[in-house]
Design a protein around this ligand. Sequence first.
Ligand SMILES: Cc1cc2nc3c(=O)[nH]c(=O)nc-3n(C[C@H](O)[C@H](O)[C@H](O)COP(=O)(O)O)c2cc1C
Length: 208
Amino acid sequence: MTKVLVLYYSSYGHIETMAEEMARGAREAEAEVAIKRVPEIVPDHVAQRAGYKVDQRADTAAVAELPDYDAIILGTPTRFGNMAAQMKNFLDQCGGLWFENKLVGKVGSVFTSTGSQHGGQESTILSVHSVLLHLGMVVVGLPYTFKGQMRMDEVTGCSPYGASTLADDGSGGDRRPSANELAGARFQGRHVAEIARALAAGRLTEAA
Ligand SMILES: Cc1cc2nc3c(=O)[nH]c(=O)nc-3n(C[C@H](O)[C@H](O)[C@H](O)COP(=O)(O)O)c2cc1C
């Protein structure tokens, strides 16, 4: 069975919600799916003061378990157009896996969340893609066969780079992932699982 890890960081729950939908899509493709978080690195009192959602169900992932999966789907909110430090901190502990080529040929895919519509969704996803490429992973996005990313009748996230959502409603209020954005996440999860299954069937030789 194809094994997929949805690995995310979320301060306020938007990426957490998208992660659950991503996992649902991968399960629809009959993959065995785990949803895990990267560790928080902000001190408790700072997280509380900033109103972080601290009651997230997912277990914390360990770097050492990453080679156990055929595909890893990473979710991170933007921080100034870049991935969150919590995700970068986790990925920066993958030097040993890089040295031993443990993630070469595995599928990697990314989703994100920004506060505003043009707040850096694509640059954030690309910041993670760079790391995945250095690790030798096969980067998969959200193809245009997910038609929802073409919508012009409503404000929506999602692009060929990956599923995404917008966290603010424009007046400082909270906007939750829309039905269209959740459908994009589900589509990407299914797509990644199907590609991982096809790749695993082909198997890379040691030299590849
Ligand atoms: C330090 C910091 C920097 C941020 N930078 C941006 C930004 O560049 N563009 C943007 O649209 N939103 C920005 N945001 C808003 C977050 O991306 C938003 O809170 C997040 O997408 C919500 O996802 P979450 O609920 O999963 O944490 C920033 C938030 C913080 C705390």
